[in-house]
Design a protein around this ligand. Structure first.
Ligand SMILES: C[S@@+](CC[C@H](N)C(=O)[O-])C[C@H]1O[C@@H](n2cnc3c(N)ncnc32)[C@H](O)[C@@H]1O
Length: 225
């Protein structure tokens, strides 16, 4: 782990306080409606956010099917999609509850083409219209965190995944402990729904404080069966 050298800006602290206080779909829809325009230029830049890059690195280390569909869960403004496109992934779908965040993602281009093939507005705490067995890869940063998604959402994602699909889901470390993601995923593996389960500890911010679990992610890596 790296050492934190500078305190984070007050703007970042306030943004995170507001985000962690938003509990459930309605509060999150309201929060991200007002945050969408400045989320990248403000929060991502000011906070030294590297989460999307860390998840994509872990995902791509073991994913060779670049032309197969990949789902970005809680895609927001599309920072994961941008990284996947740079690395040659060509069929990327995003799903998120916030139309304002999705509008930002829709504007993202790589080499003159839209980064996302399809963007879907949906609440991932309830069943969605995602097609069965559609995705060869499933990735996420920032959505498995306080007040947003718990472990049960992973069942819906498994339904949408092809057999053998590679998952790399970033889970805030404090949220991971609070909701027992480790045991829950271990049980899924024992029950034969997933295999090759591993956890990778990665920073959410470039200069993450070693003592603060909210600045670290457990990236759950596994394959659908
Ligand atoms: C912290 S942002 C992460 C966005 C992006 N993945 C990133 O790393 O920057 C969390 C995202 O989760 C979305 N979200 C919140 N609640 C949701 C829900 N119930 N279903 C789907 N998306 C949700 C928000 O709209 C927001 O875009």
């Amino acid at each position: 782990m790296t050492e934190q050298t500078e305190p984070r800006s007050r703007a970042t602290e306030l943004a995170l306080e507001k985000a962690y206080a938003a509990k459930g779909p309605k509060a999150n829809r309201e929060l991200y409606a007002s945050w969408a325009k400045t989320y990248e230029s403000g929060f991502i830049v000011d906070s030294g956010y590297v989460y999307h890059q860390e998840v994509v690195k872990v995902f791509c280390d073991g994913f060779a099917q670049k032309g197969q569909p990949v789902l970005d869960v809680g895609c927001g403004t599309g920072v994961i999609g941008g990284e996947l496109a740079k690395l040659g992934m060509s069929v990327i779908d995003g799903i998120d509850i916030s139309p304002e965040m999705l509008a930002e993602a829709a504007a993202k281009n790589h080499n003159g083409r839209p980064v996302y093939r399809q963007l879907m507005e949906a609440d991932l705490t309830i069943p969605t219209d995602l097609a069965d067995s559609a995705y060869a890869g499933v990735v996420s940063s920032g959505a498995f965190t306080h007040g947003i998604l718990g472990p049960e959402t992973i069942l819906e994602l498994l339904r949408a995944a092809k057999p053998g699909a590679r998952f790399a889901l970033g889970i805030n470390s404090a949220h991971f402990e609070e909701f027992g993601f480790g045991n829950w995923l271990g049980q899924q593996q024992s029950d034969g729904h997933i295999e090759e389960l591993k956890f990778r500890l990665r920073p959410i911010y470039g200069e993450a404080d070693e003592a603060d679990p909210n600045q670290w992610s457990r990236i759950a890596v596994f394959a659908a069966t």
